[in-house]
Design a protein around this ligand. Structure first.
Ligand code: SAH
Length: 287
């Protein structure tokens, strides 16, 4: 396995930003959603919190020497309290992994949401991002990443199917060494690039394409996470898992459940069906 993948399309660290960011998000307003209810029923005692931060990809606000970068330190600071409250709520809902909770505290979710909805940025709701797609709820993002991590060794190379606005990809980049994320809708791929640019996350690569085909040029992956629900998990993704790798995906149509698959051998996978969830559909092809 070669370490250098210089031909990969988009090193975000090499792209500079333009435009201005939105103001800080006001206090959260709670709206119940399917996974929130699931989370409640799945709820455990408050998870042990730790000050640990992800070893990788923690975004650095732009300093004064980079005027083209628009992520203001004040913007980050103003949203620190709601981010911390959001992570604490997710912990109360049962997510225990301190690295995942620290990643939720780190990534400014309001940067991934249009300004008109920014009052809800730190609530546990999925929100529209255009093209009939949604940004996932913080709880489900955290839960799926926790399932992907397990209690084993740190995640190395991870593939996300369904970049959307890029939020989950940014959270993943805090907990994995290398993250690849694919989006099939071109304007959303572009939106994610724009949203992520000010965060300058060096270990995240975005790809425009059909995620049902995976990303053979970067495989095998230690973890694969799907942000859209298919009737089953595409064969190509199972084949692109390293031995011992995990895949977490919503599976189903009207009724969906999270499924976790572990590749136990060259031709062997085990699968477990977990809580119910609600995701947009996984679709083939690109638009
Ligand atoms: N990860 C996002 C959630 C995005 S919603 C977050 O951070 O909240 C799911 C996304 O999956 C949509 O943008 C949709 O266009 C995308 N999607 C659906 N089928 C896909 C496919 N075959 N390949 C890549 N992306 C796909």
């Amino acid at each position: 396995m070669s370490e250098k993948r210089s031909n990969f399309p988009l090193p975000l660290s090499s792209v500079t930003g333009t435009g201005t960011r939105k103001p800080a998000a006001p206090a959260p307003v709670a709206t119940p959603q399917t996974a929130t209810q699931n989370a409640r029923s799945n709820s455990q005692a408050t998870a042990a919190r730790s000050g640990a931060h992800g070893a990788h990809g923690v975004p650095a606000p732009a300093g004064p020497s980079q005027p083209q970068q628009t992520l203001a330190r004040s913007d980050l600071m103003a949203t620190e309290a709601p981010r911390r409250a959001m992570a604490a709520r997710v912990a109360r809902q049962g997510v225990k992994d301190p690295q995942v909770l620290a990643a939720l505290e780190t990534i400014p979710r309001h940067l991934f949401i249009e300004q008109a909805l920014s009052a809800q940025a730190y609530t546990d709701v999925s929100l529209p991002i255009g093209h009939n797609q949604t940004i996932s709820q913080p709880y489900i993002v955290a839960r799926m990443i926790e399932l992907l991590k397990g209690s084993g060794k740190p995640l190395q190379r991870v593939l996300e199917i369904g970049t959307g606005c890029g939020y989950q990809a940014a959270v993943l980049a805090c907990v994995a060494k290398e993250v690849y994320s694919i989006e099939r809708i071109k304007p959303l791929h572009e939106l994610a690039k724009a949203n992520l640019r000010p965060l300058r996350i060096a270990n995240l690569r975005l790809q425009y394409g059909d995620g049902m085909l995976g990303l053979p040029q970067a495989a095998p992956f230690d973890g694969i996470i799907l942000a859209a629900a298919g009737l089953d998990v595409p064969r190509a993704l199972l084949e692109q898992m390293a031995i011992g790798a995990r895949l977490v995906a919503p599976v189903g149509a009207q009724v969906q459940h999270l499924q976790r698959i572990i590749r136990t051998g060259k031709s062997e996978w085990t699968s477990e069906t977990l809580e119910s969830c609600h995701f947009v559909p996984l679709r083939p092809g690109i638009v």
